[in-house]
Design a protein around this ligand. Sequence first.
Ligand code: NAD
Length: 436
Amino acid sequence: MRVTVIGAGYVGLVTAACTAEWGHDVVCIDIDHARVEALRIGQTPIFEPGLDELVVHGLDSGRLHFASDYDAVAGSDVVFIAVGTPSEKDGQVDLSAVRAVAASLAPNLDEHTVVVVKSTVPVGTTQEIGEWLQAARPDLSIHVASNPEFLRQGAAVHDFMAPDRVVIGASDPTAEARLVDLYQSLQEAGTPVIATQIESAELAKYASNAFLAIKLSFVNEIADLSEASGANVADVTRIMGLDGRIGSSYLAAGPGFGGSCLPKDVQGLLHTSERFGAGSTIAAAALGVNDSRKHRMADKVEEAVGGPLASTTIAILGLTFKAGTDDLRHSPAIELTDSLVARGAAVRAHDPKGMPAAKSVLPPEVELCPDPMTALTGADAMVIATEWPEYAALDLTEVAALLARPVVVDLRNLLDPVAVTGAGLSYASIGRAPAT
Ligand code: NAD
């Protein structure tokens, strides 16, 4: 098939590289010219395991192309819209990029093309885009479908190539058949391919992300209760997770959920529920718990160093919203760093993948360090904010020797309390009693 993907971000670039790998002829269009130029010479602008290799392979095979001009859409069998849908200030979903794409697509469509909304959009958006395109191109029969994406950053290529399910929302047999064809190899490999109404596909994406957010906020409250009552949240969640009805994923207590999807998608669900006059009390509570957690994490650091943070130096290890990605969007680590700086601490920070983008999102007084050891030298506390495996492998005796005060705050429960205290360090973590 001739596939066009609009947007060369985490979702669009992975979609383009993977569908080219499946043997389709793919062009990926982005309005960011620098991004397109870099991709044309095989430089991937985001970090995703396995993506560099797929992009280079796609370019070498002649099946993957990059463009900034919408002329490249002509003759496409499928056009995926995979641009961002961030939150507006009031939490509503900002659909301006999706609508801008529709406007650019309209003159370049032909009778045969199926337009597929892969961006996460509120119920009704795909139909709205279809109606808009139809009005703009009365000479054509416009075909639209919803195909929400469920990949996880840090495992995006794996998730696209081996998803738990593929969702095709379509009211038009041409659109549905085209997507069934495109995903045929996955279906043959046993992946459930669910064809449904457009509205169900759109809502399933929000419901899934909101459910994950609810799970995380619930576990974080259980962590607080564990800490207060003398229980150990690691044991509590292990016991919960072994129950097949609950499942063990998304039960890791931590500093709160972040990233470009969960916070905005919960907000999006709340707005959609309000629009339709339906209740969303549970999702709203999950967001509230998460918001209040930001301050709790700074309080935790303050308690661990034993007083106000003014004139302390804090080493933050990890800036990305989770390990395995370079994405800093809505990262709890960034919010924590902001709070620590506001409370008067001097902050030194390190991240294995997030450093290039960190400069533009952190307060200018934060010192970005080339390695963890530089960040730790002379600091009053080491705070693990992201669960990068390299931080689990730190030599704790060396850590103790470098720190000015022997204080470790582990917001990801990454370290073994016995090993930390064995190295002469005090240890505060999440949902477990502090250890010295
Ligand atoms: P992103 O910000 O990484 O990438 C968006 C890209 O679109 C950017 O490169 C931008 O330059 C480009 N763009 C913006 N306007 C454009 C236009 N008019 N024409 C062409 N290109 C344009 O976004 P993302 O994280 O890939 O997310 C895309 C969508 O997928 C969102 O709706 C998101 O909610 C959803 N989603 C994201 C993830 C994820 O893990 N990131 C997972 C599932 C679904």
